[in-house]
Design a protein around this ligand. Structure first.
Ligand SMILES: *Cc1c(COP(=O)(O)O)cnc(C)c1O
Length: 414
């Protein structure tokens, strides 16, 4: 039996075929079961902030597991209180902030959805979300996710959510006093690393405030330093009513949280929400250790600098397949001139590089926040090789059209 056969028989078919059987990791590298090494520029989809098997992560898991792992939410624990205080400080809530803990991004957004309903009540049945944004796969968060093809097999959705274009004009047009909340993904990661228009968040803050609607920002992919600020909304200098976090804050341990600001912090009351595992001391201690290491190592600044370095490096790759580079910090999308992103991902894997394709024309880079010159240089080498492989395959498949089909004469390649 191969592992592919086992996976094909035993794992739910809700996702495509698994790409490899990974066995271990260290820093920005993972090894498969045959001991082939890969440079990991996906990092568990922006999750492994410190890379793999970081000593701080390992120590926190081991120490807390050996001390107190889980107690239920009838009790508080010091790791939970410490993490809540840290998240409030990093998110800039001031005293009037609160933290709800779940175990994933979807759970954080479910909590945010319920927060919006508590805020709106019967008087505000409308919730606005952005077309093409991703907020999760549970029935509640799927209702918030503006991708019709994802919702379609699971209709009917939880009612009340309307999708708007990501422009200030569309928001002005859709907004009224019956809107409970606007959900915003500040950089649309799953859609292909699509940034909002300049000034959008500031305008959204002003418009939601004017109509008494909550501004809820999904920082699940952008948070924990990924974009070169602790949270992406901080680039815009606004204060939201709530943010949701997950992915990178646990560094690989499943944890998610809703962080509220000001009056939004007083909406939940006893009996309105909960999670058995949420905020347990094990997850809390690990997330605190991960955030502590991001702070100690100045990895937020590193994300900003390495992001710029990577962007320059990508622009420096002479390939007719590369159209440009979007995104911020270490959340980057390489735009391709042809819909061959899946082929580039496969070629990269052959060459020992893990990246992913959120759509057919984009390669997403979300490496560990710890990367340095070595990883950037190796990425450029491996990614260039992958792109060359795909260019060659395209030329083979289109004899007669040759390099012209790539938009540039072959000689233009360095
Ligand atoms: C990944 C993601 C989610 C969902 O998180 P899960 O942990 O997979 O439930 C929600 N929103 C955004 C922006 C994400 O990137």
């Amino acid at each position: 039996m191969t592992w592919q056969e086992d996976a094909g028989r035993d794992l739910v078919r809700s996702a495509g075929d698994r790409l490899a059987l990974l066995a271990r990791g260290e820093g920005s590298y993972v090894w498969d079961a045959e001991d082939k090494r890969y440079l990991d520029f996906l990092a568990g989809i922006a999750v492994n902030s410190l890379g793999h098997a970081h000593p701080v992560f390992v120590e926190a898991v081991s120490r807390q597991a050996a001390t107190l792992a889980h107690v239920s939410n009838y009790f508080a624990t010091e790791p939970q209180l410490a993490l809540a205080a840290t998240l409030k400080r990093l998110a800039g809530t001031g005293d009037a902030g609160r933290v709800y803990f779940g175990n994933s991004g979807a759970e954080a957004n479910e909590a945010a959805f319920k927060l919006a309903r508590l805020h709106g009540g019967a008087a505000r049945p409308r919730i606005l979300a952005l077309k093409d944004a991703f907020h999760g796969r549970t029935m509640g968060t799927l209702a918030l996710t503006g991708k019709p093809y994802m919702q379609e097999p699971f209709l009917p959705m939880t009612p009340g959510v309307e999708f708007v274009d990501s422009t200030v004009a569309a928001l002005e047009e859709a907004m009224d006093d019956r809107v409970a909340a606007l959900f915003v993904e500040p950089v649309k990661g799953e859609a292909g690393v699509i940034e909002l228009p300049e000034g959008y968040l500031r305008a959204a803050r002003e418009i939601t405030a004017r109509h008494g609607a909550l501004l809820i920002i999904d920082e699940i992919q952008t948070g924990a330093g990924r974009t070169g600020a602790w949270f992406a909304f901080q680039h815009e200098g606004i204060t939201p009513d709530a943010i949701t976090v997950a992915k990178g804050i646990g560094g690989g341990f499943p944890i998610g949280a809703l962080i509220t600001y000001g009056a939004a912090s007083e909406l939940f009351y006893p009996g309105t929400h909960g999670s058995t595992f949420g905020g347990n001391p094990l997850g809390s201690a690990v997330a605190s250790a991960v955030l502590g290491e991001i702070e100690r190592g100045d990895l937020v600044a590193n994300a900003a600098q390495r992001g710029e370095q990577l962007r320059r490096a990508v622009h420096g790759i002479d390939s007719a397949l590369i159209a440009g580079c979007r995104g911020r910090g270490l959340l980057l999308g390489i735009a391709l001139t042809h819909p061959v992103a899946k082929a580039v991902v496969a070629a990269a894997q052959e060459h020992g590089l893990i990246v992913n394709a959120p759509n057919d024309e984009t390669i997403r880079l979300v490496p560990a926040l710890t990367i340095g010159d070595m990883e950037v240089d190796e990425f450029v080498e491996l990614f260039t090789a992958a792109v060359r492989t795909v260019e060659d395959a395209l030329l083979l498949e289109a004899p007669g059209q040759d390099a012209a089909s790539l938009g540039e004469p072959e000689g233009a390649r360095a």
